[in-house]
Design a binder for this molecule. Structure first.
Ligand code: PMP
Ligand code: GLN
Length: 379
């Protein structure tokens, strides 16, 4: 196979979910909810299929969804976009990330990414022929060190790839960090790709889109998706917003990756984005109580818990329990306890800071989390 596949192997999520099935374990590895999204959303997709929304939709997405994305950006962030020129619907955020990297990275260009980073970033950068340059977020707070970010910039840097709320740490970038990112981007004329798929899953603090910062409108590729916000991770409906030239560039790449995306899911997601604040508030409150249930339980078991401000994930340090290596720990866990978790190490270029860290997904029913804690207690 081609050199660009070297080191990519099988994703940790596929490996660990297969292990969960094979061992009958509770899967707190891959981040997907164990209950589907709102009934109205599911019914709308079925109705769309029956109504004939089964052929290629428009390349940039169906008009109703593009308008709903614009309305959502206005409602939550007071950002204004034109639905015809500044919005692109993609096959999940994953395609948006890959298409954005293909659109802006030349072979040999450097892409700075926050480490630990979501695993598709490494693949997307490799496919574009770019070089990955990590800036490490360190336990237990995982704050971004702006001096380290500045030091990572070279004349070859083209893109900053950021992610907030951040997978796997659950950190949410604060105003000072976002202003720092903006300053670096302006100073060095960089494009910033910002992955905000967990935008509605923030329990402490607030999510601020980078695109809302002065000077960023023309150089930011903002990415989100329906998977987490509406608990339909298998639907793979994502989107990009940005300036007309940014969105045109990403569209040019996207049209030859998949051309279009999920026709019957698009009108359903359009309606869901317009759900009232009660939906968004309940989603957050529900997940926050699960975060607390699992975080408190893991702390009781003796783990050092790094309680996340956002996302689906809690990180723990396993050293207080006498373990040192997260990969060994996660390989042993299904047999010993019937629980699956994800080692941080796989999200790093320099794995040392991630070695004792393990990620646990809490987007599960409370009784499932309680059962997982019971199993861990008997380990
Ligand atoms: N970015 C991050 C940070 C994620 O955690 C995920 C995954 N679930 C994605 C992107 C992919 O999103 P999608 O399923 O919409 O492709
Ligand atoms: N984003 C999810 C996670 O981090 C799953 C993604 C995937 O399976 N590719 O667990």
């Amino acid at each position: 196979h081609a050199e660009r596949l070297t080191g990519l192997g099988t994703t940790i999520f596929a490996e660990m979910s297969a292990l969960a099935v094979a061992t009958g374990s509770i899967n707190l590895g891959q981040g997907f909810p164990d209950r589907d999204g709102p009934d109205s959303l599911l019914a709308d997709a079925i109705a769309a299929i029956r109504a004939g929304a089964n052929q290629y939709p428009p390349a940039r997405g169906v008009p109703a969804l593009r308008q709903a994305i614009v309305d959502h950006q206005k409602r939550f962030y007071d950002l204004s976009y034109d639905p015809d020129t500044q919005v692109l619907v993609t096959t999940g955020a994953t395609e948006a990330i890959a298409a954005a990297l293909l659109a802006f990275v030349e072979p040999g260009d450097e892409v700075i990414a926050l480490e630990p980073y979501y695993d598709s970033y490494a693949a997307g950068i490799a496919f574009a022929g770019g070089r990955r340059v990590p800036v490490t977020l360190r336990a237990p707070s995982y704050r971004l060190d702006l001096d380290e970010l500045r030091a990572a910039v070279t004349p070859r840097t083209k893109v900053l790839l950021i992610n907030s709320p951040h997978n796997p740490t659950g950190m949410v970038l604060n105003d000072e960090e976002l202003r720092g990112i903006r300053d670096v981007a302006l100073e060095h004329d960089l494009v910033v790709i910002t992955d905000e798929v967990y935008e509605h899953l923030v329990y402490d603090g607030t999510h601020r889109p980078l695109a809302s910062y002065d000077g960023m409108a023309d150089r930011t590729v903002s990415i989100s998706s329906a998977g987490k916000t509406f608990a339909v991770t298998g639907w793979k409906i994502g989107w990009v917003t940005g300036s007309p030239s940014v969105v045109t560039a990403v569209t040019t790449a996207k049209q030859f990756l998949t051309f279009t995306s999920g026709a019957p899911f698009q009108p359903a997601v359009a309606n869901a984005l317009a759900l009232g604040n009660d939906y968004y508030d309940a989603l957050r409150a529900d997940l926050q109580s699960r975060r607390d249930l699992l975080a408190d339980g893991l702390a009781d078991l003796g783990f050092e818990v790094h309680r996340p401000a956002g996302t689906y994930f809690i990180t723990t340090d396993i050293r207080p329990l006498g373990h040192t290596d997260g990969i060994e720990f996660c390989r042993m866990l299904p047999q010993r306890a019937g629980v699956v978790a994800i080692p941080h190490q796989v999200f790093y270029d320099n794995p040392e800071p991630g070695r004792p860290l393990v990620r646990w997904a809490f987007c599960k029913q409370p009784e499932v989390l309680t059962e997982a804690l019971l199993r861990l207690r008997q380990m």
